[in-house]
Design a protein around this ligand. Structure first.
Ligand code: TXA
Ligand code: MG
Length: 316
């Protein structure tokens, strides 16, 4: 069983030996290994049971290290990294030759980000290679937002989980790439569209290529929890379910008299707060003694869009 702790030297030792370590970030926990080592990358795919056509994000702690693996960085990428790093934004940039094709699934661009978590930034600063880190969950399941979530799902496959507490953002990073002069958002995440548009103006949103494995939008059922999830107006959908076998995930409304279990994502109606709770809510519903989960969409603003994206994938 994995040890949960805060010893970055232990983490460093394992990473130098091409082993894997789960690391905290502000978005979700990552399953990390040396991004320049084929052996470590293969272990990541194997441990997650993830198909090799789904590329990994390289994590670094400073711009110098970004430049060591990327070239031809567009002006708009620099504007975005100035604004959001360290933070919940991943950029797709032309890769240099030192980046293994295995990391990018043979694509010419590598996904890179500087995560905003003190423990992980300190760990990265002590390494002379980037860390490849997909979310630390088995492929196709909800991303982990605490060390315990990682232990529950991957605890028998890795030896160390670096504990950085609960993730402050709670959903994965926003993924942005550049086509000609256009800025393209491939995954909605912890950096809102409004915030990105404030920096670079209009962007193209291209998140629905989920049947194309080379697109970063992930497979459609990526966030599938174990329970049937029905998305829509909760009062309407309540009419067709058995209340004692039903859970509700609401944005801000209290329906507690109606069903066995209820989770309100943000009673004050704050989409950023809702994002920090969504994955925990899906996990709790999975563990609850219910058959069906009713959920409703958030307003399409701020992080509401990204939460809605996760809910829609979970509902498929
Ligand atoms: O917040 C996050 O981004 C977390 C934390 C740990 O940093 N990581 C994460 O990784 O969510 P993962 O592997 O679960 O999701 C990364 C997504 C995948 O959908 C993948 O297809 C896409 O990024 N991606 C990675 N490299 C890519 C590339 N070179 N071109 C296009 N898409 C890429
Ligand atoms: Mg993932």
């Amino acid at each position: 069983m994995a040890t949960i702790g805060t010893d970055i030297y232990q983490a460093k030792k394992l990473l130098l030996a091409e082993e894997l370590v789960a690391i905290p970030t502000e978005t979700v926990y990552g399953l990390a290994g040396n991004a320049l080592s084929k052996k470590a990358i293969l272990k990541i795919f194997e441990t997650k049971n993830r198909p090799k056509f789904d590329p990994l994000i390289a994590h670094v702690d400073c711009l110098d290290k970004v430049h060591s693996i990327c070239s031809n960085i567009p002006k708009k990428a620099t504007l975005l990294s100035d604004e959001f790093w360290a933070g919940p934004l991943t950029l797709l940039l032309d890769k240099k030759k030192n980046v293994p094709d295995l990391l990018t699934s043979g694509l010419d661009r590598v996904a890179v980000r500087i995560p905003n978590h003190p423990l992980t930034l300190e760990l990265l600063s002590k390494l002379d290679f980037p860390l490849a880190a997909p979310s630390a969950n088995p492929f196709g399941y909800v991303s982990p937002t605490s060390a315990q979530h990682v232990a529950n799902q991957l605890g028998d496959k890795i030896s160390y989980i670096l504990d950085g507490g609960s993730c402050s953002v709670g959903i994965e990073s926003t993924i942005v790439g550049f086509e000609e002069d256009e800025v393209v958002v491939y995954r909605l995440g912890g950096a809102s569209l409004e915030a990105i548009q404030n920096v670079v103006g209009e962007v193209k949103v291209n998140i629905n290529q989920s049947s194309n494995p080379k697109a970063p939008g992930m497979l459609k059922s990526h966030y599938s929890p174990g329970k049937r999830l029905i998305l829509g107006d909760i009062m309407t959908n309540l009419k067709s379910v058995a209340p004692d076998k039903t859970g509700i995930i609401s944005f801000k409304t209290n329906y507690s008299n109606e069903v066995r279990k209820q989770i309100i994502l943000s009673s004050s109606g704050d989409t950023t707060e809702a994002a920090t709770h969504i994955f925990q809510a899906l996990r709790e519903m999975d563990d609850a003694n219910i058959e069906t989960v009713l959920a409703e969409l958030l307003p399409e603003e701020g992080l509401g869009r990204a939460v809605n994206d996760r809910l829609k994938r979970a509902a498929v």
